[in-house]
Ligand binder design. Structure first.
Ligand code: 4AD
Ligand code: MG
Length: 464
């Protein structure tokens, strides 16, 4: 018997077809006329399908009549047009097989609606809810669009290492990787650990970014991108930070800052457009249940251009806007999320690309402007989230780069391979990093980043 997804079976074109549907029961009600309505969902779409199970079925009394939320079933039968409200088809079952009971006394997802906080305690069951099913489908659609966007434009997908010895962002927020038996090292031994006994012979870490390695491939193959997990041991318990998140990092030879901005804008718009088109049912759901301004906001963004302005101009706006911020603004500070959100949500009501940041607050690899005060870095800010993308044109002049590294007290020798790129056929190049979870947050309207990744890792939480 051919298996169909619930999503397919909901389509009228399948009326008259004999098939097998499989999934988890959402609800069951019994009619006095001698049959039961069983709603099942299999994750293929937001909507359920109704199965009509006749009391004549052999296991009606023993099983079907006792089905409750969470039970798993297979149903064989014919798809027919449905008279029911909000559904065009239903399955008239000739056979319903029970795979697993779900005790209504202890199954956490009984009828009651739970808060997103509560559902985090059941990370193993929350994908069975409407919201988390929708997040998973939209996240999948976004990942697919990301690959398609780059693949259609001639980018190569490269895999950069997860374990590294360099701190790309220079922020010292790295998780150390070791095979040393830390449980049996006493406190004073830790202070003078001999890394000769460690796996890599030296301290090594989980990567915070694949950028430096991606640059090596861009400086050989032109346009590349990475898409992988990255790790940051920053102790920030916010709704926008994870210790483990996925990052997409395109890197392009012969690109300057303006090219980088153009790419970032086209890239985000493509992802937004695909989500609206390919996940319309889920996007309607988010617009109804999570954020009623969601679709209007995204449509508005698609039909306008991102605002672009320098950091210096942004600081002027923030200083003269009359708003009181928790962190006062002056030229040279790292903008806080309250400032970023003011610019996108209140002042411009649009995504904003800020560029030409003070060099003192940005990493060593960004291209120095002639003013010797700013670097060609850029951040893309969006309403509700703030920074979604961080990127830059890279410093490709060896002498300037080495000076910057020296200024930041970096061990230049350890980056010999990175400086080599500037010795042998150096070219202007640029790239950026997009945090996947912040993008999924923006597209779905979900307010906490812990709810857009299946198993969030945050300070004190790596349980499951
Ligand atoms: O701005 P960031 O730190 O930039 C880089 O890592 C560059 N090396 C990227 C590049 O140019 N190739 O991080 C890039 C993006 C941020 O804009 C944000 O969206 C996301 O990564 N991000 C986080 N997302 C979730 N949790 C965290 N702790 C994040 N830190 C950064
Ligand atoms: Mg950044």
């Amino acid at each position: 018997m051919e298996k169909l997804s619930v999503n397919d079976a909901r389509d009228e074109s399948f009326i008259g077809k004999q098939c097998c549907l499989q999934g988890w029961v959402r609800t069951r009600r019994d009619s006095k006329a001698g049959f039961s309505f069983i709603e099942i969902n299999d994750g293929s779409s937001q909507g359920n399908i109704q199965i009509i199970a006749d009391a004549e079925l052999v296991n009606y009394e023993s099983e079907i009549k006792n089905l409750t939320a969470g039970c798993s079933v297979s149903a064989i039968g014919e798809i027919k047009a449905s008279g029911g409200k909000g559904q065009s088809t239903e399955l008239h079952a000739s056979q319903v097989t029970l795979h697993g009971w779900s005790d209504p006394e202890t199954y956490p997802l009984q009828k009651k609606r739970h808060s997103f906080e509560k559902l985090r305690e059941w990370a193993h069951l929350r994908p069975r809810t409407n919201t988390f099913g929708a997040v998973a489908r939209v996240r999948n659609c976004i990942c697919n669009s990301i690959h398609q966007f780059f693949q259609e434009d001639g980018f190569l997908y490269v895999h950069t290492p997860v374990i590294t010895t360099s701190d790309c962002e220079g922020a010292g927020e790295m998780f150390q990787v070791t095979t040393m038996d830390l449980e049996h090292v006493s406190k004073n031994q830790i202070e003078r650990l001999d890394y000769k006994f460690d796996f890599f012979d030296r301290p090594s870490y989980l990567t915070v970014s694949g950028q430096l390695e991606a640059e090596t491939y861009a400086c050989a193959l032109g346009k590349v991108y990475t898409f992988g997990p990255t790790f940051r041991a920053e102790n920030s318990n916010t709704s926008r930070h994870l210790a483990e998140f996925w990052m997409i990092e395109p890197e392009m030879a012969f690109y300057e800052l303006a090219d980088n901005m153009n790419l970032a804008e086209a890239f985000l718009k493509r992802v937004f457009r695909d989500a609206i088109k390919k996940c319309s049912e889920d996007m309607e759901f988010f617009n109804l249940r999570v954020d009623t301004t969601l679709l209007d906001t995204i449509e508005g963004i698609l039909s306008s251009e991102f605002v672009r302005l320098t950091y210096t101009e942004a600081v002027e706006i923030l200083k003269s806007c009359g708003e009181t911020f928790e962190y006062p603004v002056r030229w040279g500070i790292d903008l806080q999320s309250e400032h970023e959100r003011f610019l996108t949500e209140v002042h411009f009501k649009s995504p904003v690309i800020l560029y030409d940041y003070p060099k003192t607050i940005k990493p060593f690899y960004m291209y120095c402007n002639d003013d010797d005060k700013t670097v060609r870095g850029m951040d893309v800010l969006v309403p509700k989230i703030g920074e979604i993308i961080g990127g830059s044109q890279r410093e490709h002049r060896l002498d300037v780069l080495e000076q910057r590294m020296a200024d930041q007290d970096m061990a230049i020798d350890e980056y010999w391979w990175y400086t080599d790129l500037r010795k042998f056929g150096t070219v202007p190049h640029a790239g950026f990093g997009l945090g996947l979870e912040r993008l999924v947050q923006f597209v779905t309207g979900m307010s906490n980043i812990r709810d857009v990744i299946p198993f969030p890792r945050t300070p004190g939480n790596a349980d499951f």
